[in-house]
Design a protein around this ligand. Structure first.
Ligand SMILES: C=C(O[C@@H]1C=C(C(=O)O)C=C[C@H]1O)C(=O)O
Length: 117
């Protein structure tokens, strides 16, 4: 499997501790954002797969799995030195938007009579 972003593009960034100008800082942020979008794009393809696999619209939103995702992200954030106060709200929003996407895909790929009325 290849990485879902251009590693050469990312590798051209100046490490944060070596940045001497805001131009270098912003170039590094822009390169990371492109990589993050690539990762979020692939995360979204898993939402498409979930919409294909789940048997009913009622199970698109799974509260236990949401809390499992958030707990794992908080642990990963702690390990990586990312403040939980940054990671948790970002992921809660990402999951909510992902569920909206999954619901749209679920509806678009089912027969009209099986859609929510
Ligand atoms: C992809 C799923 O569907 C939803 C989306 C989730 C996510 O963005 O990680 C988590 C829970 C679900 O409500 C899933 O159930 O795993």
């Amino acid at each position: 499997m290849t990485l879902p972003f251009d590693a050469d593009d990312l590798n051209r960034r100046t490490p944060p501790q070596d940045c001497a100008s805001m131009a270098e800082v912003r170039d590094g942020v822009d390169r990371l954002d492109r990589a993050l979008i690539g990762l979020i794009a692939e995360r979204t393809r898993y939402m498409d797969a979930a919409a294909r696999i789940k048997p009913s619209r009622d199970v698109v939103r799974d509260e236990d799995r949401i809390e499992d995702v958030i707990a794992k992200v908080k642990a990963a954030a702690r390990a990586a030195g990312v403040p939980e106060t940054l990671a948790e709200p970002v992921w809660r929003e990402l999951v909510e938007r992902s569920i909206q996407h999954e619901l749209q895909v679920w509806d678009a790929t089912r027969e009209p009579q099986r859609k929510r009325s």
